[in-house]
Design a protein around this ligand. Structure first.
Ligand code: FPP
Length: 236
């Protein structure tokens, strides 16, 4: 890979198409999610190898609770299993894991897994892997507004102190730079309540490929696409 290529500091991915992949291969939906985990691992490796500093993956949206109970249970189980199995390698590869999203709707067992992976990988300084889990952007923004209103009501800040930075600092993503590049697989072209505030100037890419087929090669191809984009931030 060309060393002088422009690399996005923060790549965020909406991993879509697991169900369609399973259907295409005549398998139950769950198998699509299992296959999707392989793509998760491949993209973490490819991101680290290319010098991407932040990789955000939309693993479970607030709206995903509306799926059949057996699919939700299967996703929780897969997530906990994957996180437990991968922790030693993540530590070895100096990958730090951060979770964004609500924490009040998971079982104690799931929360224990999430806390453990954040704690055990806290020393990682090569790549920050941000897992959006029970995440929805509107909930995040409403929560930030509530936090700021409470601080104003308590006299800690004045209404005029509520700047763009103050809002950013009150989101789950506080301290994480905005994504430069958002990828959604499977050909769907929408954000589905993902990083709405943070996506203001992100470049978007919507490859047709289904998430389980999105491996290291596809990730590299996406970076090529990004390198060719001209970012103007509203300027001429
Ligand atoms: C969307 O495909 C995918 C999900 C809702 C789950 C993504 C989860 C994983 C890849 C596994 C665990 C992740 C980590 C980070 C360990 P879909 O089911 O909506 O596909 P469809 O639109 O084709 O039905």
């Amino acid at each position: 890979m060309n060393e002088s290529k422009r690399i996005p500091a923060h790549v965020a991915i909406i991993m879509d198409g697991n169900g369609r992949w399973a259907e295409k291969h005549g398998k139950p939906r769950y198998e699509g999610h299992i296959e999707g985990v392989k793509s998760v691992k491949a993209c973490i490796k490819a991101a680290a190898r290319n010098g991407v500093r932040y990789l955000t993956l939309y693993a479970f949206s607030g709206e995903n609770w509306g799926r059949p109970a057996e699919e939700v249970d299967a996703l929780m189980g897969l997530f906990c299993q994957c996180v437990t199995e991968q922790t030693p390698e993540l530590i070895e590869e100096r990958v730090r894991v951060r979770l964004i999203g609500r924490r009040d709707r998971f079982s104690e067992q799931v929360n224990a897994h999430l806390e453990r992976i954040e704690r055990e990988t806290a020393g990682g300084d090569r790549l920050t892997l941000i897992l959006a889990f029970d995440y929805s952007s509107r909930e995040e923004i409403a929560r930030a507004a509530r936090v700021l209103a409470e601080r104003a009501a308590a006299g800690e800040i004045r209404p005029e102190d509520i700047s763009e930075k103050a809002v950013s600092d009150s989101l789950y993503t506080a301290g994480i730079p905005d994504p430069d590049f958002i990828i959604r697989t499977s050909g769907e072209c929408r954000l589905s309540n993902f990083l709405l505030w943070q996506a203001s100037y992100a470049e978007m890419y919507f490859p047709q490929v289904l998430w389980p087929d999105f491996g290291q090669e596809e990730f590299d191809k996406a970076l090529e696409e990004y390198a060719g984009r001209e970012r103007r931030y509203g300027r001429l």
